[in-house]
Design a binder for this molecule. Structure first.
Ligand SMILES: [Zn+2]
Length: 318
C-alpha cells in the first residue's frame, strides 16, 4: 500500500491541507443537467502563493485549478485529470492536475520580457492575451491497466472557461457550461467554479422530449449565469446554499461533497530513484561545483539537493 502523503516523512516542507467540501456534485432531477460547484477555499491561497507570479498569472492559474478539480471529480476510477496549455503568449506553459481523490497542483512557465510588456499595457489581461495562440490538452490517466485518454484542441476564446467549453464541444461532442473565477479577497486568494454538463437523460427519473430537454438545459444555464464571482468566492456562502439560490425551482439534488487537498507527490525518495537511473557520468555532469545535484519540483517550487557522492547509479550497481 502506498504511504498516505501526510505520513510520508520524505516529503518536502509543504502544507498538508485538506478542504473537506471542495467539490459539490449535483443534478437537476428530470432534466438533462448535472454539475459541480468548486470552492478551493484557503487551498487556493496555499497553492497559488507558493509561486512568485504576477496577479494576472495567478488568476489564470487559480481558474485552471478550479477547472481540473471539477473535471477530476467525475473520474470513476483511480487516476488523474490533467490540463496542459502551451501557447506563444507570455504564459508559455500552464499545467494543472487533480487526482480522483482531489489532490491538486499546478505550475506555470512565463516568458518574463513578454509578460512585462503585456502587463505594462494592462494589469488585467485576458487569459487569451496571457496564453497566446497554441493548444489546450486534457488528459485522463487512470493507471497502467486503462488506456490513457487525451484530447487536444486549439486555444479558442478569450477566457479559460470558453477555451474549456470549446474543448468539450469539439473534442468530446459534449455540451458544457462553465464559470471559473479567481481573485484576491480580504481572506487571501480564492478560486472556484461552476460547471454544468448536458447529459443524455440518465440524470432524471423520466425521459423528456428533445424540445423539453433543450429548454431545460437553457433554463439551467441562464440560472447558472446569475452567479457572481463575489458570491462564488465568499467563504461564508456554502455550495449547497448557493446552489439552492440558483436552482431551487429546478428540482435540485445535491450529492455528497468531495475533498480537495494540496496534491504534489514529490519526495526525496522518488527523486533519488530517478537519479539512480542515470549513469555515473551523467550524474557527474549534473553535480554543481559544490558537489550537489539540485532537482526542482516545479509544482511545489522547491529545490531538492543531493550530495553527488550519495547517489549510486543503478547501472554501476549491477
Ligand atoms: Zn512537488
Amino acid at each position: 500500500m502506498e504511504t498516505p502523503a501526510f505520513l510520508d516523512r520524505d516529503r518536502p516542507d509543504v502544507p498538508d491541507l485538506v478542504v473537506p467540501g471542495g467539490v459539490t456534485p449535483f443534478y437537476l432531477k428530470g432534466r438533462p443537467v448535472r454539475g459541480r460547484m468548486v470552492h478551493l477555499g484557503v487551498l487556493a491561497d496555499v497553492l497559488l502563493t507558493r509561486h512568485d507570479h504576477p496577479a494576472a498569472v495567478t488568476r489564470l492559474a487559480g481558474k485552471a485549478l478550479a477547472l481540473v478539480a471539477a473535471l477530476a471529480s467525475a473520474l470513476k476510477f483511480k487516476g488523474s485529470f490533467s490540463l496542459q496549455i502551451k501557447g506563444d503568449g507570455p504564459v508559455s506553459m500552464l499545467v494543472a492536475d487533480c487526482t480522483d481523490t482531489g489532490a491538486l497542483r499546478f505550475y506555470a512557465r512565463t516568458e518574463e520580457d513578454a509578460l512585462n510588456t503585456l502587463l505594462a499595457e494592462t494589469s488585467t489581461p485576458t487569459d487569451r492575451e496571457l496564453l497566446g495562440n497554441g493548444y489546450l490538452a486534457l488528459t485522463i490517466d487512470q493507471g497502467p491497466d486503462m488506456e490513457r485518454h487525451q484530447g487536444i484542441v486549439e486555444i479558442a476564446g478569450d477566457d479559460l472557461a470558453t477555451m474549456a467549453s470549446h474543448y468539450f464541444a469539439t473534442s468530446e461532442q459534449h455540451a458544457c457550461w462553465l464559470f471559473l473565477s479567481c481573485k484576491m479577497t480580504d481572506a487571501g486568494w480564492r478560486a472556484g467554479g461552476l460547471i454544468l454538463e448536458r447529459i443524455a437523460g440518465e440524470g432524471g427519473t423520466h425521459v423528456v422530449g428533445d424540445a423539453d430537454a433543450d429548454a431545460n438545459w437553457e433554463t439551467a444555464t441562464i440560472l447558472a449565469s446569475t452567479l457572481s464571482a463575489r458570491e462564488l468566492l465568499d467563504d461564508s456562502l456554502s455550495a449547497p446554499e448557493l446552489l439552492h439560490r440558483l436552482f431551487h425551482q429546478e428540482d435540485l439534488h445535491v450529492s455528497q461533497p468531495r475533498a480537495l487537498a494540496y496534491g504534489c507527490r514529490c519526495s526525496r525518495a522518488r527523486l533519488v530513484d530517478v537519479l539512480q537511473g542515470f549513469s555515473n557520468d551523467d550524474l557527474d555532469h549534473m553535480a554543481q561545483d559544490d558537489g550537489q545535484i539540485v532537482m526542482n519540483c516545479e509544482f511545489c517550487n522547491i529545490d531538492f539537493r543531493f550530495p553527488r557522492k550519495d547517489i549510486l547509479s543503478r547501472a554501476e550497481q549491477d
